[in-house]
Design a protein around this ligand. Structure first.
Ligand code: SF4
Ligand code: SF4
Length: 556
């Protein structure tokens, strides 16, 4: 760290420089310009670890920036980030490899009648690259005086046992070798103390989950996840023009759920245009898939080969790729203090995707991430003299905000689909709040010995995919992926499920080496955390590698 300033104590420490963390920092600086605010980010550069769909409802961004930087809309960077307003919004149903039906009218009808599905329309929202959005917000935060520290990974959160208040965050040690021995360049991870801590690490945050455990927070329903894989494909200008600027396609059906003998997986595909003759194609699949040989990349391959999709991308070249999980459990999966209902405890607040503020009826969470971050900042400012009440105030603000309104309206959706499967669950979920609360188990418990019957003949090229994510880690460091008990792999998982981590890890990290399943290629890791949530025996732990490691997304 630079030594012209004492970073060991700050007013507010924000973990994660994504849209939530940076929005919180900006709002704090607006309301309290003299506050000492530090944002920690494990990625080498801002936006490198951010990947999303991404469709943005801009109201929360307007609320944030209208006060922070008057006239921001006229800046070149704002125009670049918000270049693509959605003019045409298609929801397609794909049947088999050839047929496609535009079913947007059903969603519009649902909207007209106030049904939950109606939220799925995105017209007048914006197509954004979350990597670019993050970089831009980071620049704004820095200009306002926030210390944004990239390349600093946090590995632990320290609570005062007697008061339950959060005292500090410990950074990961640097300069250990593979066996954990100190090398000449060893630097012990510093401990940064703070009056307030905001956890805004995104989905399945390491510190967030540690905090949930240490502070005794509980979820009514376990968090459910989906896995998203996405490619940015350079196409020719004729194809690019075919995909009208400002058009977004969301596709259901093939290859993950279809009415007749389909695989019965929840999720869908996305297609939308990016800059410079690039088209984004992605696939999102509920992590409760039951097929031992399934990989969301196989579904992406099938999707790309569907006649409807192929016309836009045939002959194109993948220039960037990546994978990430999305928290889908909704309102009942928000971690709360069982006594007070607070989303956090005392002086520590959980915001954005870390709290699970994704509305699955909209398939969006970015606007909620920004909105919740603004609420976090307001609670901190209001309770600057009484930190122990901050999480409670934050929760009060959230519960009366649009975030909670949306989350409540979608509260049964994902659980209903998980309970009944997409074909029956989607129509049943129309009943919304009239439905009972279904008890759902963690995604990893859904694994069976069944096989995905649409497995593409050709194996997915994970090496190229990983290269397109530009992921890298220092090779000579301890492996950040831990298999808790190798005996479980050998005696239970391999015979029953054929070691699914080898198949589902999008980066090919796991391999069988001399008959033992190992995270053989940890430096390929994309930090998607799928393995931690999908190993059928809950036998994998993702720990944090040294700062700067991981993917280097630029336009995801
Ligand atoms: Fe199976 Fe998990 Fe072992 Fe992989 S790590 S072989 S998924 S038990
Ligand atoms: Fe994702 Fe785990 Fe594979 Fe890393 S090792 S890319 S976190 S599934």
């Amino acid at each position: 760290m630079p030594n012209d300033k004492d970073y060991n104590k700050v007013n507010v420490l924000i973990v994660g420089a994504g849209p939530a963390g940076l929005s919180c920092a900006i709002q704090l600086k607006v309301q309290k310009p003299d506050a000492d605010i530090c944002v920690l980010e494990k990625a080498a550069d801002l936006g490198n670890h951010n990947l999303s769909g991404a469709v943005l409802e801009t109201e929360p961004l307007h609320t944030l920036l209208d006060t922070a930087i008057p006239g921001w809309r006229d800046s070149e960077s704002a125009k670049d980030v918000l270049a693509k307003k959605i003019r045409k919004d298609n929801v397609m149903f794909l049947l088999g490899k050839e047929l496609s039906f535009n079913i947007s009218f059903t969603i519009k009808l649902a909207k007209k009648f106030g049904l939950g599905f109606g939220q799925m329309m995105h017209k007048n929202d914006y197509i954004v690259s979350i990597s670019k959005l993050t970089k831009w917000l980071g620049q704004i935060a820095k200009e306002l005086g926030v210390e944004v520290l990239t390349g600093f990974a946090a590995e632990d959160i320290i609570l005062d046992e007697s008061t339950g208040m959060t005292k500090a965050v410990k950074l990961v040690d640097q300069g250990l070798d593979k066996e954990g021995r100190k090398q000449p360049n060893f630097v012990e991870g510093e401990t940064i103390r703070a009056d307030f801590v905001v956890l805004a690490e995104g989905c399945d945050g390491l510190l967030t989950e540690k905090f949930v455990e240490k502070a005794g927070l509980k979820r009514r329903c376990p968090q459910l996840y989906s896995v998203g894989v996405k490619e940015l494909i350079k196409v020719n200008s004729r194809q690019y023009k075919k995909f009208t600027s400002g058009r977004v396609v969301h596709a259901m059906g093939y290859p993950i759920w279809t009415p007749v003998l389909g695989p019965g997986l929840f999720g869908g595909g996305i297609i939308y245009p990016a800059d410079d003759d690039n088209i984004v194609v992605g696939m999102i699949v509920g992590a409760d898939w039951k097929y031992r040989d399934f990989n969301p990349q196989d579904a992406l391959t099938n999707f790309k080969n569907h006649r409807f999709v192929k016309q836009f991308i045939a002959g194109g070249t993948v220039i960037e790729a990546g994978a990430k999980m999305i928290p889908e459990g909704g309102y009942y999966s928000i971690p709360r203090d069982p006594q007070t209902g607070s989303i956090g405890k005392g002086n520590c607040i959980i915001a954005g995707d870390s709290a699970g503020f994704v509305n699955m009826l909209k398939i969006k969470g970015l606007h909620n991430a920004i909105d919740s971050a603004i609420a976090a900042a307001k609670a901190i400012v209001e309770y600057s003299d009484n930190p122990s009440a901050t999480a409670a105030k934050y929760t009060e603000l959230i519960e009366s905000s649009n975030v909670a309104k949306e989350m409540r309206s979608a509260r049964n959706f994902r659980q209903t689909v998980a309970k009944f499967g997409p074909l029956q669950g989607m129509p049943i979920s129309v009943l919304g709040g009239l439905l009972p609360e279904f008890k759902i188990e963690e995604d990893y418990k859904a694994m069976t010995a069944a096989r995905y019957r649409l497995k593409p003949k050709q194996q997915f090229d994970k090496d190229t995919f990983t290269a397109m994510a530009a992921t890298e880690h220092r090779e000579e460091q301890p492996c950040h992926l831990e298999i808790l008990d190798s005996k479980i792999c050998a005696e239970k998982c391999t015979p029953k499920f054929n070691s699914p981590c080898i198949t589902f890890c999008p980066a090919g990290v796991y391999e069988t080496v001399h008959d033992v399943v190992k995270p053989a290629n940890p430096s390929n890791c994309l930090h998607c955390k799928t393995c931690q949530r999908k190993c059928p025996f809950d036998n994998i732990r993702w720990t944090v590698p040294e700062g700067t490691g991981g993917p280097r997304y630029k336009r995801m």
